[in-house]
Design a protein around this ligand. Structure first.
Ligand code: FE2
Length: 940
């Protein structure tokens, strides 16, 4: 009934307009048909009657038509597009207000032109929102708002008969602020010639003196330009911004009139590689990591350049800051956030809980407060019970700077009085469920499969275990873990040879990566280091048990080689030495997890993908539109990391083993370990011997350890990603030759291989890009790394590392049996617990890391989860929308599958008494520290 009434009202309105038209003697059958198309279109989208009514307030048109002829009206101006309104995800997923534009128009036809009404939505900045959303907050004050605006120029897809662009210009007027969706609305009318053809682009000039964040531009509620981009002020740059419609085109399919714009837009993003970048710019360029040191502050903060032949590294975003006066190879630092292209900076348009802002607040508020109360930086925890006080009572600190309390509600519990603030930590999941889990061997092994560092473990395929380092420098290559030691531990099960043949031996190998840094690190006060190997055996029930830990100190000028093999022991001294050896291995694995697995292999390697995508793939390229959701916030969080986390004596160096060598170790790992073709989950598992190819298996691989929670859940997500990528790629590339002939795509892949990851450009393992399958493999890898892989190693950091005895970031003291003095040995014999506590992080190190882990493990309230929001360009293409719906459906199914696995008592690595269930790859989560949830991108 509603439908009928609405139809009648629309028809009446249409006839009324038509009647007026006839009275003027200007009947035009094409126009009538065009209007019928519009009405059908609008009605089929179920807009309310209110939305379909003509705008009551007349627009003031500031521009004039630039038309050239009055030939028959072309209905292609109003080519049907699907709704741009974003779908609302089910459950507790985040939602988006983008695209909820209410203003609608009916074209008013004059003699030679048709009026096209444009609605521009602009997002207020946080500063303006916090200031009560005054009109002035958006730009330069209310008088400015009324006086200035935006100039818009529509561009036809078709050239005129003389081969020139056809454009129509208009001036936008401020209309309203929509409090519900927090956007400013501007409107404008375009007098579009009837033969204008399909609209393909819009050129924008921002008359304000500040950059403005455009969400979208909608024409007649039908043609959408999804912008989500800052538009610079013409005062900063007179060039007009170019936006294309949501329709994607391969380069070869670009409408004739848009080709030059497509090229020009990408050129503007590449820049010329010169000068210091400004905050209004959107230039993506490359540089080496020469910005981690601060020699101008102190020469002890000088750090080598990462990137180049000597220390290979991925490239980061170029800022062009001037070089240090003390070290011409190092870029100067600022206290302000480093430059990133404007569209990567969300600090002014996202909620105050957004990760980067929260982390920034933590690093500039809480960490200095902690520093200020600790006079003895080396002081450890005197008792295990004093660690518990961090959760029970908290730490009194001076009030952090304004604003810090509000952005860290979970960490800062209460203000004891006006002069003190209490930082009180939540009880981490690991000890909330089982206070003593951290102490036990089976949990130590279980976390190699279901903890936050699930990618260190590898199958032992050769015996003896052998180093690849130079024996002249580092001592004999062969491990001290012998066949006899192994068989002593597994007697009753099998021989060493049988264990190898049956794939029962697994290794945590932190030997070759760390050994070159042992003697250097030991010269630093409060530090020690070993190379380590940890051997484990796969029990018949699918769990792992540790067999031996080997710790090695290479020879130096002062001391000979020292190495020792520890085994689980049944005497008190042996048991405590075993526990201490485990603490060292855990510290090694924490470092590997943080600055290799987390920083290098997700955050850092992704930045070149983002830069290349913006430089080489046009905004109308379908692959850019596929990848962009997986790049959101990453450059911003990486810039913040370079500012305060991975910089000289930043959080990582000051709280992890190896201190100033941490980033150099990550460079070594990039050089010797990182391979793009091993980053897709199945390839990663196969490379570590944790799976073999098996076409008959559900995911094409058979796991070596059947109950490997990270792998089992990850393969479900990886497969869903791959299927989505397959549908997407095959839609836009129906023939293989289209992949090879796509010059933008080829330039993109070449730039990733030879510039962004240029230090690895000669590696033979780079996948080629010639077919759809090649492209599917490449984009699936990139999406997996930025979503599932990062989530698996990021969001459990507090649950597992928040109680540092379970995952200490540093082991500060050597083993009691390494060249001990009598006094040292007797101290150990008398109170071994004290030795362990001294080995663990100091109080300041532990509390800093706990605070950082709390923030790093948090989901923001507006988190964008994988399979959550559909992009406007995907929704505009029915086949892509259907594929995305299928993708979302598969991810939804994972929630129940993972829940079911976590309650299966046969899966002992994820279900059991006091065991933390493996939820890190459950796709969705509430905000806060939840230990689950897979966001689209690396955002924290
Ligand atoms: Fe992260």
């Amino acid at each position: 009934m509603t439908t009928t009434i609405t139809t009648l009202k629309i028809t009446a309105m249409f006839l009324f307009q038509l009647s007026n038209h006839k009275k003027q003697g200007k009947e035009c059958s094409e126009e009538i048909e065009a209007k019928k198309i519009m009405l059908t279109s609008q009605f089929s989208q179920s807009h309310s009657l209110l939305n379909l009514l003509p705008i009551q307030k007349p627009f003031i048109s500031g521009g004039s038509a630039n038309h050239s002829s009055s030939s028959a009206y072309s209905p292609t101006i109003f080519r049907q597009h699907t709704s741009t309104k974003k779908s609302i995800p089910t459950g507790d997923r985040s939602t988006s207000a983008a695209g909820n534009i209410k203003a609608i128009s009916i074209p008013f036809i004059t003699k030679d032109t048709v009026v096209v009404k444009g609605v521009i939505t602009v997002q207020p900045t946080i500063s303006s929102a916090l200031a009560g959303v005054s009109l002035g907050g958006i730009g330069d004050g209310i008088s400015d708002l009324l006086g200035r605006s935006f100039s818009l120029e529509l561009v036809s897809n078709d050239l005129d008969p003389n081969g020139k662009q056809k454009t129509v210009q208009a001036y936008a007027r401020y209309e309203a602020l929509d409090f519900d969706i927090s956007v400013y609305t501007y409107k404008c009318d375009f007098d579009v010639p009837k033969d204008f053809g399909e609209i393909g682009a819009v050129l924008v000039q921002n008359e304000y003196s500040k950059k403005m964040f455009f969400k979208n531009i909608v024409l007649n509620n039908d043609v959408t330009f999804t912008c989500e981009s800052w538009v610079h002020s013409k005062d900063d740059n007179p060039d007009k911004r170019i936006f294309f419609t949501d329709k994607s085109y391969l380069p070869s399919e670009t409408p004739a009139a848009l080709k030059s714009l497509r090229t020009k837009d990408m050129e503007s993003l590449r820049g010329n590689g010169e000068g210091e970048r400004q905050s209004f710019e959107r230039i993506y360029d490359y540089d080496v990591y020469n910005d981690l040191g601060a020699p101008d502050d102190d020469l002890t903060l000088q750090r080598p350049v990462l990137g180049g032949e000597e220390r290979p590294y991925p490239r980061r975003c170029r800022t062009g800051r001037k070089m240090s006066s003390k070290d011409p190879l190092t870029e100067t630092r600022t206290t302000l956030p480093f430059y990133i292209p404007a569209d990567e900076d969300f600090s002014e348009i996202k909620g105050v809980n957004f990760g980067a802002r929260t982390l920034y607040s933590l690093l500039h508020g809480v960490v200095p407060s902690l520093d200020s109360i600790v006079t003895d930086k080396d002081k450890g925890f005197p008792l295990f019970t004093s660690i518990d006080l961090l959760y029970n009572q908290g730490v009194n600190v001076p009030p952090p700077e304004n604003g810090i309390l509000t952005v860290l509600p979970t960490l800062i519990k209460k203000a004891a009085d006006t002069t003190n603030t209490v930082i009180q930590f939540e009880t981490p999941e690991i000890i909330d469920r089982d206070t003593f889990a951290w102490f036990r061997d089976e949990e130590f092994c279980r976390q190699t499969l279901a903890g936050i560092s699930p990618c260190s473990i590898q199958l032992v395929t050769e015996w003896p275990l052998t180093s690849k380092l130079d024996p002249e420098i580092y001592g004999p290559a062969e491990s001290a873990i012998t066949k006899e030691i192994v068989e002593e531990e597994i007697k009753g099960f099998m021989t060493l040879e049988e264990a190898l043949a049956q794939k029962k031996l697994f290794l945590l190998d932190h030997h070759d990566l760390l050994l070159p840094y042992v003697n250097k690190t030991r010269k630093i006060e409060g530090q020690t280091l070993y190379g380590s190997r940890t051997l484990m055996f796969l029990n018949p029930n699918g769990t792992l048990r540790p067999l031996a830990i080997e710790l090695t100190r290479p020879p130096s000028d002062e001391k000979p080689l020292w190495k020792h093999v520890y085994t689980p022991a049944w005497d008190a001294t042996g048991a405590w030495l075993w526990k201490l050896a485990k603490a060292h291995v855990l510290a090694h694995d924490s470092g590997y997890h943080q600055y290799v697995g987390h920083w290098l292999k997700t955050h850092c390697v992704t930045e070149p993908y983002i830069i290349a995508t913006n430089r080489q793939l046009s905004q109308m390229h379908p692959i850019r539109r596929l990848l962009l959701p997986h790049f959101r916030y990453t450059m911003q969080i990486n810039a913040l990391a370079r500012l305060t986390l991975v910089n000289a004596m930043g959080i990582i160096e000051s709280t992890f083993s190896s201190e100033k060598y941490c980033m150099q170790i990550s460079s070594d790992a990039y050089d010797k370990q990182w391979r793009f073709d091993h980053e897709a989950l199945p390839a990663d598992l196969i490379s570590r011997g944790l799976a073999v190819e098996d076409p008959t298996a559900p995911h094409g691989v058979k796991l070596t350890i059947e109950d490997y929670p990270f792998a089992n859940d990850g393969l479900l997500i990886f497969d869903a990603i791959k299927q989505w990528a397959t549908s997407y790629v095959n839609h836009y590339y129906p023939q293989a030759n289209l992949v090879e002939s796509d010059e933008e795509l080829q330039a993109w892949w070449t730039e990733i291989r030879t510039v962004g990851h240029g230090d690895k450009k000669d590696e033979p393992w780079w996948p080629q890009l010639k077919t759809q399958d090649d492209l599917i493999g490449i984009v699936s890898t990139i999406i997996w790394v930025s979503s599932g892989q990062h989530s698996a190693i990021n969001f459990g950091q507090y649950d597992f590392g928040g109680y540092f005895p379970n995952k200490p970031t540093i082991a500060r003291t050597k083993m009691p049996n390494e060249d001990p003095t009598d006094e040292e040995w007797q101290s150990f014999i008398k109170r071994p617990e004290d030795v362990l506590l001294k080995c663990f992080p100091s109080q300041i190190q532990a509390t800093k890391v706990m605070a950082i882990f709390d923030v790093l493990s948090s989901h923001s309230p507006d988190e964008e989860y994988i399979g959550g929001n559909i992009e406007a360009a995907w929704e505009a293409e029915p086949a892509i929308k259907a594929a995305f719906d299928e993708f979302r459906g598969r991810l939804n199914e994972l929630e129940a599958i993972i829940d079911s696995r976590n309650t299966d008592p046969n899966l002992r690595n994820r279900c059991g008494a006091g065991v933390v269930p493996y939820q890190l790859l459950k796709p969705y989560s509430e905000n806060g520290v939840t230990g689950r949830g897979v966001p689209n991108s690396i955002s924290i």
